[in-house]
Design a protein around this ligand. Structure first.
Ligand code: ATP
Ligand code: MG
Length: 276
């Protein structure tokens, strides 16, 4: 099932900045999709079209075949849960409980079930017992997880995350990757995330769109996209570090070009093979 679809979408900001041009994009149920691009490529702009925070200047945006326009915002926003790049743009309540309850109260759900959902969402993100804390007093990583919990509590069909690993320490990044993969597999929630961190992509995406200067310049499975080394580098990106290492080793040994590994696990196999 197609959850999100963009046909020939363009978007120009009021000051005349053409941030998106001719975007064809889709997301199917169950997938993990990465939108990879350097600073200013248009990732955050693209994401704001998914739930009507921005309206396209040309083309159309559909969520489960519904046009994303005023009459449908309520339905669309129940389907698409959005976690912003900066949690300070998302968090506005004086307690974590209120923060996570907000959307649920708006749905008119009974208090009893809201309390349970809050507990569940906090447990999923590893912040059990944080109900009475003020979001303002949390660390950056904790804030990001509260923002994620408040979106998860609404049980969206697709979770859209703008730079989910930015500003996290290495352990935080590893934990978040594991958490998002669990959310995808166990809760059956589709993932779409934006990043410029190529090392995260092979661990968290089945399919990739590469953006540059407001356009989609490359798309395919994660393996396909990273096998086009020239296009990756030509669009202000680099290979995952392990892939780059093996590329250098292959060059030293003048070996025939094999597919580059994208994760440490794959690299281990490739290096073993090279050592015969
Ligand atoms: N409110 C705005 N008004 C005018 N131009 C904007 C506005 N917001 C973003 N832009 C411009 O649109 C382009 C795309 O910006 P966007 O924030 O979508 O990029 P991004 O890929 O999310 O970048 P980053 O990795 O830095 O978050 C940039 O050239 C940016 O300067
Ligand atoms: Mg951005």
């Amino acid at each position: 099932m197609e959850l999100i679809r963009l046909d020939k979408v363009g978007f120009t900001y009021p000051d005349g900045t053409a941030a998106l041009e001719n975007i064809d994009f889709n997301v199917f149920a169950g997938e993990r999709v990465a939108v990879l691009g350097a600073n200013g490529a248009g990732k955050s702009t693209l994401f704001q079209l998914f739930n009507g925070l921005l309206q396209p200047s040309v083309g159309r945006v559909l969520v489960k075949e519904l046009p994303v326009e005023k009459n449908n915002y309520k339905t669309v926003r129940r389907i698409v849960g959005m976690v912003f790049q900066d949690p300070d743009d998302q968090l506005f309540s004086s307690s974590v409980r209120q923060e996570i309850s907000y959307g649920l109260l708006n749905l008119g759900l009974p208090r009893e079930s809201i309390g349970e959902t809050v507990r569940w969402a906090l447990q999923v993100v590893g912040l059990a017992g944080y109900e009475d804390k003020s979001p303002y007093n949390l660390s950056g990583g904790e804030k990001k997880r509260v923002a994620l919990a408040s979106v998860l509590a609404m049980k969206p069909e697709v979770l859209v995350l703008d730079e989910p690993t930015a500003a996290l320490d290495p352990r935080g990044v590893a934990q978040l990757i594991e958490l998002l993969n669990e959310i995808n597999r166990q809760l059956n929630i589709t993932l779409v995330f934006a990043t410029h961190d190529v090392d995260v992509v092979p661990l968290l995406a089945d399919r990739v769109y590469v953006m540059n200067r407001g356009r989609i310049v490359l798309t395919g499975s994660t393996t396909e996209v990273f096998s086009d080394v020239g296009a990756i580098r030509g669009n202000n990106l680099r290979l995952p570090r392990v892939a780059h290492l093996v590329e250098l080793l292959q060059r030293d040994r003048m070996q025939e070009k094999a597919a580059l590994p994208l994760t440490i696990g794959q690299a281990r196999k490739a290096i073993r093979t090279m050592n015969g």
